[in-house]
Structures are given as C-alpha cells and as structure tokens.
Design a protein around this ligand. Structure first.
Ligand code: HEC
Ligand code: HEC
Length: 151
C-alpha cells in the first residue's frame, strides 16, 4: 500500500517537472529573455514623393485625430521658421495641377493676415510634424479588436 502511494507521488512529480521543461512561455519578441534585443525591421514609408505611388489617404480612426501623413517627410524635416515645406504644398488645394489636401480652417489665424491679405497659419499649428506623423503599412504585432469611431 505504502509502496504504491510513493510510486504514484514519484510519477506525479516526474510529470510536473516534465511538463515545466517542455512548455515554457513563448516570448513575444521572438528571443530568449537573456538574449540581446534584435533591432526592429526597417519599414519603408508608402510613398517616397507626395502624390506619387500611393495617393490614398490613410483613414482616420477617431474624432479630432490629426490625419496621418501618407507620404515620407524625410526630405522636409526639420521644419524651420524660414522654411516650412509642408506649408508650401498644404496651404492650397491644388499645386501645379496636382490635388493636395488643404489644411483645415482651424490651422489659420483668425486675426493675423499676411501682407498680401492671404490667411496666415496660426503659430500653434506651425510645427506640422508634432501632430501629423507618417505611417507605414505594418502588420499589428498582436490581434486588436479596436474599432475606430469617426462620426
Ligand atoms: C510636394 C508637396 C507636398 C509636401 C512638401 C508635403 N505634402 Fe503632405 N500631401 C501632399 C499630397 C499630394 C497629399 C495627398 C496624398 C498623396 O498623394 O500622397 C498629401 C497628404 C498629406 C496628409 C494627409 C491629409 C489627409 O486628409 O489625410 C497629411 C496629414 C500631410 N500630407 C502632411 C504633410 C506634412 C506634415 C508635411 C511636411 C512634413 C507635408 N505633408 C509635405 C503633398 C505634399
Ligand atoms: C496641434 C496639432 C496640429 C498641428 C501642429 C498641425 N495640425 Fe494639421 N490637423 C490637426 C488636426 C487635429 C486635424 C483634423 C481636424 C482639423 O482640421 O482641425 C488636422 C487636419 C489637417 C489636414 C486635413 C484637413 C482636412 O480638412 O481634412 C491637413 C492637410 C493638415 N492638417 C496639414 C497640416 C500642416 C501642413 C501643418 C503645419 C503647417 C499642420 N497641419 C499642423 C492637427 C494639427
């Protein structure tokens, strides 16, 4: 009787140890905890030049969201007080025959006008890339049930 009980206990312990060694948690970053971090894969922005390659705008996912930039901005940043390339294109809705999404009324000063009478951009909206950032078409790392509300 005693012998059977200790045999059963030994079997139980062996199965627990066996279990622990085969089914460890699988790390999401794809490497062992002690292994050095791997550099993330370099992602390429969809459109190198605005209006070329991917003229599709990225859908907004919540009310009040600054729209994402569907083209690369590398060649336009950093923005300086002397030169704001974003403004040169986005102050209008058409440039050299090409359609450009024009910045909203909210971006224009209600009181200040330029010398020629045209609307001036509100200084709080001058640093475009603090709100508008480019986005790549990357697969989400984990499943998400997030549903945007835009109305
Ligand atoms: C040479 C002109 C040009 C320049 C410079 C430019 N853009 Fe654009 N931008 C476009 C065009 C054209 C589109 C429409 C999508 C496309 O064709 O790529 C666009 C799309 C966008 C959109 C999407 C708007 C929406 O309603 O979804 C944002 C935001 C934007 N640009 C921000 C910027 C920012 C910020 C900069 C500066 C860092 C910048 N753009 C520089 C031409 C330009
Ligand atoms: C403080 C944050 C902020 C800054 C800075 C900013 N924007 Fe925006 N932008 C927004 C938000 C929020 C919206 C969407 C609602 C709106 O039009 O106000 C928007 C909308 C836009 C749109 C789409 C307009 C439309 O009618 O759909 C364009 C194009 C744009 N911005 C370009 C620019 C450019 C170019 C600059 C720099 C001169 C700039 N933005 C600076 C927050 C910002």
């Amino acid at each position: 009787m005693k012998k059977t009980a200790s045999l059963a206990l030994a079997t139980l312990i062996a199965s627990i140890i066996g279990c622990a060694s085969t089914t460890g948690p699988a790390p999401m970053r794809g490497a062992d905890v002690s292994a050095p971090d791997r550099a993330p894969e370099v992602k390429v922005y969809a459109a190198k030049v605005p209006g070329v390659g991917q003229p599709q705008l990225i859908a907004r996912t919540f009310i009040g969201q600054p729209p994402m930039v569907p083209h690369t901005i590398d060649q336009y940043v950093p923005l300086t007080i002397e030169e704001n390339a974003c403004l040169e294109c986005h102050i209008t809705d058409e440039l050299r025959g090409q359609k450009v999404p024009k910045l909203g009324e909210s971006h224009l000063s209600k009181t200040i006008k330029k010398k020629d009478g045209s609307p001036a951009v509100e200084m709080s909206r001058f640093q475009c890339d603090s709100c508008h950032v480019p986005q790549v078409d990357a697969k989400p790392l984990v499943d998400s049930k997030f549903v945007g509300v835009t109305k």
